[in-house]
Design a protein around this ligand. Structure first.
Ligand code: ZN
Length: 68
């Protein structure tokens, strides 16, 4: 089982009431879903935060950085 986890939430995530964790049986599916999600969050959210995917074992963590 592979998980996509939103590791840190800014207000945009909370306002949208997003699922913070989703499960995949296939690793590639999880990776693709994670990168699409991070891309979407970068495109649609406030722009103050930058989201990127980090792989930790079977987990794809979506982490947040403040944008300079
Ligand atoms: Zn935000």
């Amino acid at each position: 089982m592979y998980k996509v986890i939103i590791e840190q939430q800014c207000g945009c995530v909370r306002r949208r009431d997003m699922a913070l964790e989703s499960n995949f049986s296939d690793k590639d599916d999880a990776l693709i879903a994670a990168s699409q999600l991070a891309q979407k969050m970068n495109d649609e959210f406030c722009g103050k935060h930058q989201f990127s995917v980090r792989q930790e074992g079977n987990d794809m963590m979506i982490s947040m950085q403040m944008r300079g």
